[in-house]
Write a protein that binds this ligand. Structure first.
Ligand code: SAH
Length: 443
């Protein structure tokens, strides 16, 4: 097989990024936008040692997983991987991925519990839109900074479209200058919108390469006319650095309050533009309920590592004896402490530290440990500290990367912690991402 060859391929699986995979002459070929069960004519784009990349030319036999794509930006925009297969098929694929990875990398042959899920569209509560030089709001194409206009993105609440349309008109009318990444010139970099679903409050922040926004009064009026009283906060976020990090460190409120408030598992959560918050609120609640079930935290001391703004720990605090949260980002810890106070939760403590080094040095003795690390998973040292120093009855592992999750499950196993049960949770429908929650029990 070589570049530009055309081959016929049976698609049998998906990659972590959501591409279809088929085997050809013993080699895995990755083809975006195909579905398991497809037979496809594929043009080879690139050949590596053990695998190749191809482009779908046509499906000669269509899989019965396939469904009508309902988004005109799909396949150009980098947001969704699965708008061409049914949600049912997507859920099955995510379950199967969890099972196969836990078996292959984790060395445990255990079927997951049925995947938990909720609505498949309009589940996001936050968007960060780049803006094209022509003043159109969109999303980045896959692996690129080319901007694809998004119109009404089906992952976002409908009101986000009303807001972005108004901002596009304001940009056009007042000739607002748009930031150019290559030249590091121009003003408007990104538009940040956040919805607190439980209260309906909306925050809009314009990320700018500068200190102030021209025609800000006009923008405020326009947004209030569109969205009404639900717009509680309009801010600028100042980011003058030559970087592709979206948000700068400083926010200035132009209208309303500095934050909006959501409610998660009965806990009021204050959100600023810089706060870390689960983007799928309804599913975050279901995820946290699973954590509570697996953790059995009644009257226990709970260590919540990688706690973000403390939302897992706070959702458990009324049942637990004590909750200790640890997180490396100072703003998140500030939010966590504020949220504890605002909810009259007195048995929660939060520390800003690296999870591994905190765990090593603290004299606290948790009964239950919850970990929710970023994609790279846990350090070997942290697993050692948890299992040897704390030796808790149970560990609850929340993961957004099933590969590192399975790797860590294996390490826990070697330390005498058995994977008793795990559940995939689809917090990111239509994308290739999926969370998994595991209960590990000391043998
Ligand atoms: N449990 C939270 C957040 C999970 S996301 C929630 O459900 O909302 C993972 C978090 O780990 C992020 O907030 C990130 O800032 C934090 N983090 C990343 N590296 C860390 C480290 N080395 N030590 C502690 N926290 C870390």
């Amino acid at each position: 097989m070589k570049k530009n060859d055309e081959i016929i391929l049976n698609i049998t699986d998906y990659t972590v990024e959501g591409s279809g995979v088929g085997k050809y002459e013993g080699m895995a070929v990755f083809v975006p936008l195909t579905a398991t069960g497809d037979t496809a004519r594929v043009k080879i784009l690139k050949v590596k040692k053990a695998y190749a990349f191809g482009k779908l030319i046509e499906t000669t036999k269509k899989s019965n997983c396939r469904t009508e794509n309902d988004c005109s930006a799909f396949s150009r925009c980098g947001g969704c991987a699965f708008r061409h297969i049914s949600y049912e098929a997507e859920l099955k694929a995510k379950e199967l991925r969890a099972y196969e990875t836990v078996k292959r990398i984790g060395g445990v042959d255990l079927k997951p519990q049925p995947i938990i899920f909720d609505k498949e569209n309009r589940y996001r509560n936050k968007a960060q839109y780049p803006i094209s030089q022509e003043g159109k709001v969109g999303f980045f194409a896959t692996h690129s900074h080319r901007i694809i206009p998004c119109g009404d993105c089906l992952l976002q609440p409908e009101v986000f479209k009303d807001i972005t349309e108004k901002i596009e008109k304001w940009i056009e009318y007042y000739k607002i200058s748009i930031y150019n990444e290559e030249e590091h010139k121009g003003l408007l970099r990104h538009i940040f919108i956040r919805l607190a679903e439980a209260t309906g409050e909306i925050m809009v922040a314009l990320v700018i390469n500068g200190e102030s926004l021209p025609f800000d009064r006009e923008l405020i009026l326009a947004l209030k006319n569109t969205v009404g009283e639900k717009v509680k906060s309009i801010q600028i976020n100042i980011n003058t650095r030559d970087t592709n990090v979206i948000m700068g460190e400083k926010c200035v409120t132009l209208y309303g309050t500095d934050y909006i408030t959501d409610i998660l598992c009965g806990v009021k959560i204050r959100l600023s533009p810089l706060s870390f918050y689960q983007v799928n609120r309804v599913m975050a609640e279901k995820l946290y309920l699973k954590v509570a079930e697996y953790g059995e935290v009644e009257n226990k001391t709970v260590l919540d590592l990688y706690c973000g703004a403390g939302t897992i720990g706070l959702s458990l605090a009324r049942k637990a004896k004590k909750v200790i949260g640890v997180e490396i980002v100072p703003e998140a810890i500030k939010d966590a402490k504020f949220n504890a106070k605002a909810n009259n939760i007195e048995n929660a403590e939060f520390y800003c530290d690296d999870a591994t080094s905190f765990a090593e040095k603290t004299s606290l003795k948790p009964d239950v440990v919850i970990v929710d690390p970023p994609r790279k998973g846990l350090t070997a040292e942290l697993i050692q500290t948890i299992t040897e120093k704390y030796s808790p009855e149970r560990v609850v592992y929340v993961s957004c990367d099933v590969g590192t999750f399975a790797r860590d499950i294996k390490k826990f196993g070697e330390k005498g912690y058995r994977l008793a049960e795990y559940t995939p949770a689809d917090l990111f429908p239509k994308t290739a991402h999926c969370e998994n929650i595991a209960k590990l029990i000391k043998e």
